[in-house]
Design a protein around this ligand. Structure first.
Ligand code: PGA
Length: 244
């Protein structure tokens, strides 16, 4: 299965940069593929979707409301609306949202169910803080985060789980191959034992760069990468995509 390369722009960029970057990605052999996913801030999703109409590149949102459909929920953007804007994937459970927006398990569960109802694939993020790893409790902690998926009522056609250790996000610190392998094996075993889905891809995220992507993508069972900072540079993200 081809690797899935996801660009998480976070709260960065503007219209001009998005138009310019997408134009480059479309004309570039390495980045014009169905397994490339670009997650832009929500105001730009429609522009991006229109630019990507003829391209196999997929669009992601960085969040979705816990409410679905339409209604009196000021400021919320539903999965129904995201689907209408051409969104195929949505990042859920990113540590920045868990921490900054107090996103608890029940909120994440509602979001995942709404996405599945609307045929949008969740990119479910898990990851431990530095202190938890130092205390040797990271595997227990990650299993606890994964357990949420057993409560999902919708059906996963494709399941994407991103392992993003919090201590690695934006820090330049990368876990060792052994550390990533341990977690990837844990996720794989959990999915096999407790979940049913046709297709699963396990991503690694956290300080992925053009320099370290090749060694991460060589790890067996790694199905791709979730890239933050480095995805804002077209050349660097293109280099990362070249390792698929
Ligand atoms: P980073 O972010 O690549 O800048 O570390 C990754 C992420 O938060 O998804």
């Amino acid at each position: 299965m081809a690797k899935l390369m996801v660009a998480n722009w976070k709260m960065n960029g503007n219209q001009a940069k998005i138009v310019q970057d997408i134009t480059e990605y479309i004309s570039n052999q390495l980045t014009n593929s169905a397994d490339i996913v670009l997650a832009f801030p929500s105001p730009y999703l429609v522009i991006a979707s229109n630019l990507l109409l003829q391209s196999p590149v997929k669009l992601a949102s960085q969040d979705v409301s816990k409410f679905d459909g339409f209604g009196a929920f000021t400021g919320e953007v539903s999965a129904t609306m995201l689907k209408d804007c051409g969104v195929s994937y949505t990042i859920v459970g990113h540590s920045e949202r868990r921490m900054n927006n107090d996103e608890t398990g029940s909120i994440l569960l509602a979001k995942i169910n709404n996405l599945l109802t609307n045929n949008i694939t969740p990119i479910f993020c898990i990851g431990e803080a530095k202190r938890i790893r130092e205390n040797g409790k990271h595997l227990d902690f990650l299993v606890e985060q994964l357990e949420l998926l057993t409560q999902v009522t919708g059906k996963f056609d494709e399941l994407v789980i991103a392992y993003e250790p919090i201590w690695s996000i934006g820090t330049g610190l990368i876990p060792t191959v052994l550390q990533i392998t341990e977690v990837v094996n844990l996720i794989q075993a959990f999915v096999q034992n407790y979940l049913s889905c046709a297709k699963i891809r396990i991503l690694y995220g956290g300080s992925v760069s053009g320099q370290n992507a090749a060694s991460i993508l060589e790890i067996p069972l790694i199905g791709g990468v979730l890239v933050g900072g480095a995805s804002l540079k077209v050349d660097e993200f293109t280099t990362i995509c070249s390792y698929r």
